[in-house]
Ligand binder design. Structure first.
Ligand code: UD1
Length: 425
């Protein structure tokens, strides 16, 4: 059996120009949405992370024909041949985003059968809002063992008032509603850039969707949807992670494609730390120069446009090395502090009280043997290793590969000393 690990050496002063990948959280749901079209679709700027390969396997298991070109970052997805509405437990357990096929399957076939989803260990991560919404639209939902069966004679339009702006629930409701007679309204909908990219794709298909201020989305059902070609938005979370890698190593980088307009709260925190951040006048393109004496800042994760929960772990690394004390509050997921004990191994001073971390900056982190517990924590530990004195090894890198096209490669291009070691165990 092979047991891959990353060996990360201290890499002061990352420098250079980095390109970005397409957004994982956008491409996964957009791939699922193509079920609605029953035709030949093309997606550009696709990041071939392991979760994307998993979604390819899922759609193929339903009957879709898929070709991919890594060179041109393109996926050709023909969903006209989809016949099955059942997703196997084997596929579902590897990726929570599999739940996102439920809305499109219900919309197109009036039925779906899926095993309960897996994915990162970010607490309970219930799917009650998805299921409750489908039930309110008229689907009968039954749980048999680990399998969920949903079936409807006909789905009905209605108004949903979400107790929380869940990204996945908003996306699933929207996709389910596109072909339903009448007007579906979602109040307190998630408005993450990845949700907006899905809306852009659904509109290209011919869906009638309007977005109103304060997170209200209206969907008026249409008779049919058409195949699309679409370029996936750039990954704001990868951009944020690269900026933090430059911040903790005292570097200077440019991201010409960086979506500064969708990272405003995060970028403002970097400025508050003393870093220099310049965003292109149209919101695209980010230039970053690290201060050599960063100040600690406090922050709280929130739904968009607040501070993204997916950047909480890498931002914590920056606070570990800042001057002063930072209070970091995670409000989105109840188990997204698993990186804390790994950072403590490196000499970080962090006191964790539930979902609130008090981080007292230290002068130096030290290389250690680290285990990545989830996707975003894996990126955080990678950049912590670059800032630390000495050598770190990181296992559990399947999480890193699930979430990013080639984050290690992008960091290497900026001067990071990272090597992959495969051990036989
Ligand atoms: C998506 C992203 C993930 C990101 C998150 C928040 C994908 C593939 N993943 O995850 O990277 O961190 O948005 O920006 O796009 N909840 C419920 N019941 C539900 C659904 C959600 O209680 O039915 C809770 C969750 O447990 C969590 C919170 O709502 O505490 C937010 O979850 P949600 O916004 O749905 O995130 P995901 O769509 O899973």
């Amino acid at each position: 059996m092979t047991h891959p690990e990353l060996v990360i050496e201290s890499s002061p002063g990352l420098q250079g120009v980095a390109t970005l990948s397409g957004a994982k959280n956008a491409v996964l749901v957009i791939m699922a949405s193509l079920i609605l079209t029953g035709g030949k679709n093309t997606l550009y700027n696709v990041p071939f992370s392991h979760d994307v390969l998993q979604m390819i396997a899922l759609l193929e298991s339903l009957g879709a024909h898929i070709k991919m070109s890594r060179e041109t970052k393109t996926l050709f997805i023909d969903t006209s041949s989809i016949l099955s509405c059942a997703v196997s437990a084997d596929i579902m357990k590897k990726m929570r985003a599999s739940i996102l096929v439920m809305g499109p399957l219900l919309a197109r076939f009036n039925k779906a059968a899926i095993a309960l989803p897996g994915g990162c260990r970010l607490g309970d991560r219930p799917i009650d809002m998805h299921l409750h919404a489908f039930a309110q639209m008229g689907a009968e939902i039954a749980l048999e063992g680990h399998y969920l069966y949903a079936q409807a004679k006909k789905l009905h339009a209605r108004k949903f008032i979400l107790a929380y702006p869940s990204v996945g629930a908003t996306e699933n409701i929207m996709m389910a509603a596109t072909l339903v007679d009448g007007k579906t309204t979602i109040v307190n909908a998630a408005i993450e850039p990845e949700v907006l990219d899905l809306i852009a794709v659904l509109k290209k298909m011919g869906a009638d969707i309007s977005l109103f201020p304060a997170g209200v989305i209206e969907i008026v059902g249409v008779k049919e949807l058409h195949p699309v070609s679409h370029t996936i938005i750039m990954d704001r979370l990868e951009a944020g992670t690269l900026l933090l890698a430059a911040a903790v190593t005292g570097g200077q980088i440019a991201l010409p494609e960086g979506p500064g307009h969708s990272l405003e709260v995060f970028l403002e925190k970097l400025v508050e730390m003393g870093h220099i951040v310049d965003v292109g006048f149209d919101g695209i393109g980010i230039y970053f120069k690290a201060t050599q004496s960063p100040r600690a800042v406090s922050f709280k994760t929130m739904p968009y446009p607040g501070f993204p929960t997916d950047l909480q772990a890498p931002m914590m690394v920056a606070q570990c090395l800042a001057d002063g004390t930072s209070t970091i509050t995670e409000t989105v997921f109840e188990n997204r502090m698993l990186h804390v004990q790994e950072l403590q191994k490196m000499g970080a001073h962090i006191q964790l009280n539930g979902l609130v971390a008090q981080v007292k900056g230290v002068d130096m982190l030290f290389g250690a043997t680290l285990i990545a517990p989830d996707i975003r924590a894996s990126a955080a530990l990678l950049i912590a290793g670059l800032a630390a004195q000495g050598t770190s090894t990181l296992t559990g890198i399947h999480h890193l590969l699930r979430g990013y096209n080639d984050l290690s490669g992008s960091l290497r291009n900026l001067g990071a000393r990272i090597t992959m070691k495969t051990e036989l165990i």
